[in-house]
Design a protein around this ligand. Structure first.
Ligand code: NAD
Length: 450
């Protein structure tokens, strides 16, 4: 999509101009940037730095530069020279000029954060660095968009929340899977009472990432190190995001405890033997991640969430979701069932008909207003368009996003706490309340983007 086409789709938004002209609200024209009405200031260009310019950053750079107006990327950072060079090429190819680069070592990002001309940063590094860099960015008063998983320890979950609460910046977890059209329709159906009181949610992330575990020279990549060193539900957010939003987690309810079970690790070893040979160093690696982990979570209001996570198994890629309510349910693999007052099923809608049947009444406003742009912009079928859109909107409107630091801490804590449960023979483990009791008021985050 060309830039000129994009500008025709501009929505009216206000945003805070930070810096010299503090807190000046500027309205964007509904039509084109060139049609800004007399008296209105042209919108300020948002200045975004990107930290970690590997595979994933390319999507963000494309979304930021090709599918948004008024965004510039003046600086990028990566500690690997080849990745940094490819980041420069990406910015150039998306019409963003030549950014300044930071890459002398793994802490070079701090020099980027020290710049006072950067509004926000996208952090798309190895999972092991996401939390540390995001916390430092918040301490530098930047707006932060962090890739999943979010943090790499329970302590980092707390540090993230504390840093966010002290920062002049804000934090968004770029949890793109939560922006699915169907799961957002289900969210609206829940809000309108279609399923009755929801009591059970299931989410999953089954993704055989074994092909990404090794560098060309046979060394482990960060993904390989993650499944060697960590275990349990290593990548929870894609699975928990939609069901957590459906059940009002952190908005009137919260997750209080979990239990986890994990199968023996066999898939990663099996692959190492087949790929490198039975006597290879890779075949001797003791991978800790089992082929599949199941986590059951209890909420303060007696609801149950289940998440299935597998990163090294033979199953095909799958993200399946279920919502069970008192009078109906949604199952991404079976469809929607609604019971009538007599308790009989009086509506059955098969998965392939779900959007067709329910979009007219329950389409989320994001898709109502911007489905075409998302489709053209692409990136996981448009999901990446929406996370980048909300990241930029968080900065323009200076408002906390739909998926904030409290969600990130709670969702990512599952990664660490599932490990604790597995270590204790699947005993229940308490989940901390990162909101400090504010979750009890379902409206405490009212007014934020949603
Ligand atoms: N939301 C999604 O759909 C999705 C998809 C893929 C990846 N991801 C996430 O995106 C992130 C990046 O994944 P990827 O596939 O691009 O990995 P990648 O290995 O291709 O890129 C990561 C880059 O980060 C750099 N890096 C690591 N530590 C750094 C530091 N301290 N300072 C600067 N740069 C550093 C590495 O050198 C590398 O170039 C991961 O956190 C991953 O979980 C999300």
């Amino acid at each position: 999509m060309s830039k000129s086409t994009d500008t025709n789709k501009f929505h009216r938004r206000t945003f805070l101009e930070k810096g010299t002209t503090a807190a000046t609200s500027v309205a964007l024209s509904c039509a084109t940037v060139s049609m800004v009405s007399a008296g209105e200031k042209p919108p300020k260009k948002l200045r975004i730095g990107v930290i970690g310019t590997g595979r994933r950053s390319n999507t963000h750079l494309r979304q930021l530069l090709k599918h948004n107006d008024n965004v510039v990327v003046p600086a990028i950072c990566d500690c690997k020279p080849a990745a940094l060079a490819s980041g420069v090429r990406a910015v150039q190819s998306f019409g963003g000029g030549t950014p300044e680069t930071y890459g002398k070592d793994e802490y070079a990002y701090r020099d980027l954060l020290a710049r006072d001309d950067i509004d926000g940063v996208i952090v798309a590094t190895d999972c092991q660095w996401l939390g540390k860099i995001s916390i430092d960015a918040l301490k530098a008063d930047k707006y932060v968009g962090s890739e999943v998983t979010g943090t790499h320890s329970l302590e980092e979950c707390w540090e993230l929340v504390k840093a966010k609460e002290k920062s002049k910046g804000r934090y968004m977890l770029l949890e793109n899977a939560s922006y699915g059209r169907e799961t957002l329709i289900v969210l609206n159906m829940i809000r309108k009472g279609v399923f009755g009181n929801p009591c059970f949610g299931v989410g999953s992330y089954i993704h055989d990432c074994r092909f990404l575990a090794y560098e060309p020279d046979g060394q482990l990549t960060w993904r390989g190190r993650m499944v060697r060193d960590d275990y349990g539900c290593n990548y929870p957010s894609h699975a928990i995001g939609s069901p957590a939003k459906w059940l009002g987690i952190n908005d009137g309810d919260r997750m209080v405890s979990l239990t986890a079970v994990m199968t023996e690790p066999q898939g990663l070893h099996d692959q190492a033997v087949k790929k490198f040979g039975p006597d290879s160093p890779q075949a001797k690696i003791k991978f800790k991640s089992g082929d599949i982990t199941i986590v059951n979570i209890r909420t303060a209001k007696g609801k149950v969430l289940r998440i299935d996570c597998g990163l090294g198994c033979t199953r095909p890629y799958s993200r399946y979701y279920t919502l069970q309510g008192l009078t109906g349910c949604y199952d991404s693999r079976k469809g929607v069932y609604i019971n009538n007052d007599a308790g009989k099923v009086d509506a059955v809608v098969w998965p392939h008909k779900l959007v067709k049947n329910y979009a007219a009444e329950f389409e989320h406003k994001l898709y109502r207003e911007e489905a075409e742009q998302a489709k053209k912009a692409g990136g996981h079928g448009g999901l990446d368009y929406f996370v980048n859109r909300d990241f930029l909107q968080m900065i323009r409107e200076d408002k906390d996003p739909w998926i904030d630091a409290y969600d990130a801490a709670a969702w990512t804590s599952i990664m660490h706490l599932s490990r604790h449960s597995i270590d204790k023979n699947s005993a229940p483990v308490d989940i901390p309340d990162f909101t400090g009791g504010r979750w009890k008021n379902p409206d405490w985050r009212k007014g934020r983007m949603a």
